[in-house]
Design a protein around this ligand. Structure first.
Ligand SMILES: Cc1ncc(COP(=O)(O)O)c(C=O)c1O
Length: 404
């Protein structure tokens, strides 16, 4: 008789966004006259930039001719894309990353979930709290997290690093030494970030204790301040302790098109074994590459035309972020984030819990956001709004919020 992976049964109930969808559907059904504005899920709304569309069309035409048709992609991804990434995202920013240290994938969700596979099951992970849920849940599936305490909503073998207004949403070094540290900056959900010298402290710590940092930089394109690092490799010593995850979803609108990459420097070793060789083995065995046409679309992100168009797209979303921030402040809320990230993290008023505020906002303003507690216990008392809606909807939502 076959047996299942019982770790899956340990995963606590319903997924945050399906709970939200159910609540919104029930409200809509009971109030069909109300128009609901969704500033909840972190999905983009602007179409792909013209330079990307042109590149896609060109690549589709190539696939129609025997001479230019492409089959399986190379294991690590096409050279043209890896070279463009190495130059634009790393060399031009003063980071030493070779094209052969970049692994092209279909997005950061898969990579952030799969990367734990190359580590022993008895490694101890440390995560920020609140956190992008994929890091913890995939470690649960692997059997690395111990038992779940429904009361505290925490796992016995996970080190939680609270990120709250009190510490400026930057975690303190943990008392217990972790083996794998997940960091995400600019952060989802808090919309806040870390200064270069603060990240350097983490790199020094990881090198000292022999931990690896998995640095999720999915939102780096939204950074507007000088002292905020775009990559962990801006820190000295990161090549021996850090893996970086990147996505084309939020900088170029590829949430439905799917493209991302992982960087593993060849200096990152456990004894004599490079993590690069393990991930290359895993990639070669379990993955057959992002489609050629999508990798060509990704290349267009780095063309001069593409860069200019995407700067405008980011500016569009960041204007929304500014509108939300300003509007909330005028309405008397305490607000964080939204300067280097498309997320605004607000303190719920009075003693309201995150879910109470969700209901309040839905009923009084017909606006949907995301309860902070859904991202971890330290998210209780906070609420996330995203800047990914249309400008018109964002303005309308804030007008409604100001009126309640
Ligand atoms: C922190 C973080 N990492 C990764 C992802 C997933 O990115 P992708 O669309 O490339 O899978 C998201 C998506 O919302 C995210 O917030």
């Amino acid at each position: 008789m076959f047996k299942i992976n019982e770790n899956y049964l340990k995963l606590p109930g319903s997924y945050l966004f399906s709970t939200i969808a159910k609540k919104v559907a029930a409200y809509s059904e009971a109030h069909s006259d109300k128009s609901i504005i969704r500033l909840g899920i972190g999905d983009v709304t602007q179409p792909l930039a013209p330079a990307i569309i042109d590149s896609l069309h060109g690549a589709v035409d190539e696939m129609a001719k025997a001479e230019t048709f492409r089959g399986y992609a190379p294991d690590l991804g096409y050279e043209f894309l890896r070279t463009a990434i190495a130059k634009n995202d790393y060399a031009d920013k003063g980071c030493e990353i070779g094209a052969d240290e970049i692994f092209i994938s279909d997005g950061a969700k898969c990579d952030s979930g799969n990367i734990q596979e190359i580590f022993s099951v008895d490694n101890k992970i440390a995560v920020c709290d609140p956190v992008y849920p994929v890091y913890v849940d995939t470690n649960v599936m692997a059997g690395r997290t111990g038992t779940y305490d429904a009361k505290t909503e925490t796992w016995s073998d996970v080190i939680y690093m609270p990120c709250t207004a009190e510490n400026g949403f930057v975690p303190e070094l943990p008392k217990e030494t972790p083996d794998i540290i997940y960091l995400c900056f600019p952060n989802n959900p808090t919309g806040t970030t870390i200064a270069r010298d603060q990240l350097q402290v983490w790199v020094d710590y990881a090198n000292k204790v022999g931990a690896v940092i998995i640095f999720d930089a999915a939102y780096e394109a939204y950074i507007s301040e000088e002292n905020v690092p775009h990559s962990i490799y801006e820190c000295e010593g990161a090549r021996t302790c850090a893996i970086e995850l990147r996505s084309f979803s939020k900088n170029a609108g590829f949430t439905g098109t799917r493209l991302g990459f992982t960087v593993i420097p060849k200096d990152l070793k456990c004894g004599d074994v490079t993590l690069h060789s393990l991930w290359a083995r895993r990639h070669g065995t379990k993955y057959n590459g992002a489609p050629y046409i999508i990798q060509r679309a990704g290349e267009a992100v780095y063309s001069e035309e593409g860069k200019a168009q995407l700067r405008e797209q980011i500016a569009y979303y960041m204007k929304n972020a500014h509108t939300i921030q300003q509007g909330l402040r005028e309405a008397g809320y305490t607000v964080f984030g939204g300067v280097n990230a498309p997320y605004i993290w607000l303190k719920t008023p009075g003693q309201m819990t995150s879910w109470e505020f969700f209901d309040y906002l839905l009923e009084k303003a017909n606006v949907v956001g995301t309860p902070g507690s859904g991202f971890g216990p330290s998210g209780e008392g906070y609420f996330r709004l995203t800047a990914f809606g249309s400008y018109e909807n964002t303005l309308a939502a804030l007008e409604r919020i100001k009126k309640i």
